[in-house]
Design a protein around this ligand. Sequence first.
Ligand code: UT7
Length: 333
Amino acid sequence: MYTSRISGLGHFVPENIVTNEDLSKLMDTNDEWIQERTGIKERRWIEKGSDETSASMGAKAAKIAIAKAGIDKDDIDFIIFATLSPDMYFPGCGVQIQDMLDLPTIGALDVRNQCSGFVYALSVADQFIKTGMYKNILVIGSEFHSGGLDISDRGRGVSVIFGDGAGALILTRSDDEKRRILSTHLHSEGKHAKELTVEGPSIAHWVPEILNNPDDISYYPYMNGTFVFKNAVVRFSEVIMEGLLTNGLTPADINMFIPHQANLRISQFVQKKFKLRDDQVYNNIQKYGNTTAASIVIALSEAWEEGKVNKGDLVVLAAFGSGFTWASAIIRW
Ligand code: UT7
């Protein structure tokens, strides 16, 4: 059986920086509240009027990942694109990447697992590589949140958290038994779907319903923040332990933990629970906010670029979010 390893990483964030101070001019919020509850200082939002989208940012991140992997774009066998903010209701962003990067007519799959989307996508890629079906898979996580947020007092509990950005990696076939993705762990609990959701547009909330009701907010994100927070800390811990136990490892073996950047307070809770030092955890939510399916791969790309992820390191990725879904990946780098 083959093994899979990450051979290249890249990320792209829009230039436009939106600080907490900037947001306080748009809605009833303030820097102190945002930093205290979430750790976020600023986020990137695509400039109004720009033609940047989830797919275009994903393509930019992908080009960097391909170059860093040292492969030709035509060596890519398959595309997996994770996002909750696709350019179109359908088709998904994966096929746009095939076109934007002028790739051969390879398969393209979209993953709709929100904050856990990137770990789900990585897991799918890992299975395709292990079975020998593909050699190089392009895995992208990208989000254009700012175009769909309720930027008003009504939406302040959600809108201050989210940012735009994209990350990508190349997963490559290997025969190295030691340095590889050791395991991935995926979960869901659909009974909580409505605790963090955008209900419309959907077939159940289709255009006439929305147009005929100007007060319809079903197309803005809704989040029961406290409930999500409480579930997140439990599920993060469970899925990390599940991954470690599967591989006969303990929290002390972790060299780098990269949590989905949902809220710095969640990451700190998990860090404390597993008794991890600051240099064992990578957070960048302070400057990018929560970029959902892009957050882990942007953080992994940055940590790798900064030399914080090295050969032989045990890297743990974990995510929790809408669905609810949660997931982890245990990687020997
Ligand atoms: O990535 C996907 C997974 N998502 C998460 O994991 C997010 C999990 N949840 C959270 O991170 C937190 O619940 C939030 C940061 C979203 C909210 O923090 P909270 O401590 O749960 O705040 P809250 O919603 O209970 O609101 C507390 C107060 C309320 O005012 P009152 O009723 O106490 O007077 C809100 O109206 O804070 C108010 N508030 C704000 N004030 C200033 C809500 N949003 C804001 C805001 N600025 N942006």
